[in-house]
Ligand binder design. Structure first.
Ligand code: NAP
Length: 236
């Protein structure tokens, strides 16, 4: 798949820039999605290889439509852009925090995926990777060994649970067309996502390698699954 074309949303920093870099290192053409042209161009300049800036705000319908017009063919879509707004439990949280979170993490993925589906459908090996989170696993959130604060980060975590459901439904809807649609739990990584991530020593490149593996799945690969960065199964 070295002559494939990929788009990574939110690829100007964090896990996204590492995914874009590794795909470009593999010889793919990579659209570096960024809502800010300056930040995106800096990422393009930093990554060697065949990379192109694509200005794309996943929470803005006009931006999505304009971006889709600039991409005539596409094999791989990595829905990586994501935000975390606050760390509240539902009784403490504002509806506004949920709305903002869902606009990017859920509605953004739906809107971007649907906008790029026409070009993905022309690919011989279409792949979609949704960057989710282990904190969105309802099994891991409810088991006796769960390691997340009870009910905390409810807006973010439930947005990733919804993203997991979307992943499954896209996989089922597109299975007959040869799509592979999977979700990745990247593990805790040192990025700007939140204070916990920023203070961690998790290498974002290690998580990116898991996303790249799902992006480059062969036709016999799985679809509709939730995998960790090392490709082990994560329970829904
Ligand atoms: P990050 O460093 O904060 O990067 C997030 C990226 O998303 C940035 O490029 C950001 O762009 C972009 N973004 C946010 N809103 C956007 C929008 N409306 N349109 C386009 N781009 C937007 O965080 P990260 O950790 O790399 O996060 C990447 C993904 O991994 C997210 O989906 C996150 O939920 C997931 N994740 C991360 C961890 C972790 O420990 N880091 C764990 C589990 C899951 P700007 O620079 O313009 O803000």
């Amino acid at each position: 798949m070295s002559n494939s074309i990929a788009l990574v949303t939110g690829a100007n920093k964090g896990i996204g820039i590492q995914i874009a870099r590794q795909l470009a290192d593999g010889g793919l053409t990579v659209y570096v999605g960024s809502r800010d042209a300056g930040r995106g161009q800096r990422a393009v300049d930093e990554i060697a290889g065949d990379t192109r800036l694509l200005v794309l705000d996943v929470a803005d319908e006009k931006s999505i439509a304009a971006a889709a017009e600039q991409v005539p063919s596409l094999d791989i879509l990595v829905n990586n852009a994501g935000i975390m707004v606050g760390n509240e439990t539902p009784p403490e949280a504002s509806v506004e925090a949920f709305r903002r979170t869902y606009e990017t993490n859920v509605f953004g993925v739906l809107a971007v995926t649907n906008a790029f589906l026409p070009v993905l459908r022309r690919s011989a090996h279409p792949r979609i990777v949704n960057i989710s989170s282990g904190t969105g696993s309802l099994t891991w959130s409810s088991g006796s060994e769960f390691s997340f604060s009870a009910g905390g980060g409810a807006a973010y975590r439930s947005s990733k649970s919804a993203l997991n459901a979307l992943t499954l439904f896209y996989a089922q809807s597109l299975a007959d067309e040869g799509f592979k649609v999977n979700a990745l739990a990247p593990g805790l990584r040192r990025t700007d996502l939140n204070d916990r991530a920023a203070a961690s020593d998790g290498d974002p490149a290690e998580a990116a390698a898991g996303a790249v593996a799902l992006a480059l799945l062969g036709d016999d690969g799985p679809t509709g699954e939730f995998r960790s960065w090392d490709l082990t199964d994560v329970p829904w």
